[in-house]
Unconditional design. Structure first.
Length: 82
């Protein structure tokens, strides 16, 4: 999905179904990860979806996020002193 004028792209249910033929199983992500690019043809910044991030709670009650970008999967934790 590409958008211009500095606005963040939103997906309709039709776009999510059509997309690239791959649909993620499971809950809808809490956040989308986008990459800003300058489109010289349009003369403005566009944002492309590159991944997503989900909020999770571990069995011990600790909150964290799971971020997926392509095949890369990252765990994101709050930066607190321990």
């Amino acid at each position: 999905m590409v958008s211009g004028d500095g606005e963040m792209p939103g997906k309709s249910s039709e776009e999510e179904d059509a997309g690239n033929g791959v649909r993620a199983a499971g809950p809808r992500p809490d956040f989308r990860v986008v990459q800003a690019e300058y489109d010289t043809r349009l003369g403005k910044t566009v944002y492309k979806d590159v991944g997503a991030m989900w909020h999770n709670v571990s069995k011990s009650g600790n909150e964290f996020y799971t971020m997926k970008i392509g095949k890369l999967k990252l765990l994101v934790f709050q930066n607190t002193k321990q």
